[in-house]
Write a protein that binds this ligand. Structure first.
Ligand SMILES: [Zn+2]
Length: 364
């Protein structure tokens, strides 16, 4: 049986990663005070003061009611799209007194990356458990992972499985990295048996070079942090120019035009088409993810063989029943009443995937 495991933010939160609404408070509480006068932090402070009347340096962060990430990036995206400006922040640099909205957006993306990267150092317990259980069931090689997360929990867990003699299985991101061109590279082109991981919103360990259009991988490390901390180490393996992150922020106006990202999306869609089952883990089906809804609907409505089976694990310890019920409605109204919406969590699934996969096998 071919399965696709779709990992959302809740699957990473199970490993103590901040969820979206904690990104700002985490950053302003823990990271900004270390270097309040860096270029990035000066701009971020100005922006929050100017737009939301928040003094992130002097107010008590725990008492602040921050706007959502979507709201912040959404208004900046819209200004860019309409080629309009805000007072003090402009889309065109015809007036040097204005700060650039584009630069601000890049800072906000680096802020996200930083918050996620700092928390990523925690253990990968449930990801490891899931993989080892799928391996025991002989299901791992017929499993594709699709992740909307930038963190590298699942990546590290998969690549650590590799053992030249016992387990020669390599992680395949579905894109070619500049690393493949170098003999002494620690990351080789995947050959033989592979486990596919398609990161449709980008990744903390991908560095894109806008000059030669190549992609450099920083194995086991959120290399995007180098752009923030030591730009000279965040250069392209091929041409030595400075790189930029591929991280698609969680807004309505997602820009998926990057050539590597397009390739990842195509492959993700192809593997969804081949799958018998999609297993959603910690994915809340947000309104802003229209691209994902579009892809799922195309896959679901164009099958020649059996209907696509879908099972959802979206609960967690402190989730209110009413919130879970709302998510169930959201899933069912879009994907149909036949999907299996469990009251269980990603941790429950990781602990006993066999139990749930048997249930799905026995449904029509
Ligand atoms: Zn380059």
């Amino acid at each position: 049986m071919e399965i696709c495991i779709f990992l959302g933010a809740g699957a990473s939160a199970a490993e103590n990663l901040p969820i979206q609404n904690e990104l700002f408070s985490n950053y302003f509480k823990n990271t900004l005070p270390l270097h309040p006068e860096s270029n990035m932090n000066i701009k971020l402070r100005e922006f929050f003061k100017e737009f939301f009347y928040i003094d992130v340096l002097n107010e008590n962060i725990d008492d602040i009611n921050f706007p959502t990430f979507e709201e912040v990036l959404g208004i900046l995206d819209m200004a860019e799209q309409r080629r309009e400006s805000f007072k003090k922040f402009g889309t065109d640099t015809y007036n040097n007194q204005n700060d650039s909205i584009n630069l601000l957006k890049q800072y906000l993306i680096l802020l996200t990356a930083n918050s996620i990267n700092n928390a990523s150092k925690a253990s990968n317990k449930y990801h490891e458990l899931l993989l080892s259980n799928l391996l025991k069931m002989n299901q791992l090689l017929n499993t594709t992972f699709i992740s909307v997360n930038y963190d590298i929990h699942i990546d590290n867990t998969i690549s650590k499985l590799y053992d030249k003699d016992k387990m020669p299985v390599m992680l395949d991101y579905g894109v070619d990295f500049a690393n493949f061109n170098y003999k002494n590279s620690t990351w080789l082109k995947p050959t033989g048996q592979t486990i596919k991981l398609y990161k449709i919103h980008g990744s903390l360990n991908w560095l894109y070079c806008p000059v030669c259009s190549s992609l450099t991988l920083t194995p086991y490390e959120g290399g995007v942090m180098r752009i923030l901390n030591n730009q000279d180490e965040a250069t392209c393996l091929n041409c030595n120019q400075y790189t930029i992150p591929i991280i698609v922020p969680p807004t309505y106006f997602k820009n998926m035009s990057n050539v590597y990202l397009s390739s990842v999306w195509n492959k993700a869609e192809a593997s969804l088409r081949k799958s018998d089952v999609i297993i959603f883990c910690g994915y809340s089906f947000p309104e802003a993810d229209m691209h994902i809804k579009y892809m799922l609907k195309r896959v679901q409505t164009s099958r020649n063989n059996n209907p696509l089976k879908i099972i959802v694990f979206n609960n967690h310890e402190n989730k209110l029943t009413s919130a879970l019920k709302k998510e169930e409605m959201r899933y069912k109204r879009f994907l149909g009443e036949d999907i299996i919406f469990t009251n269980d969590s990603f941790q429950d699934f990781a602990t006993n995937p066999y139990k749930y996969i048997s249930i799905i096998k026995n449904t029509n």
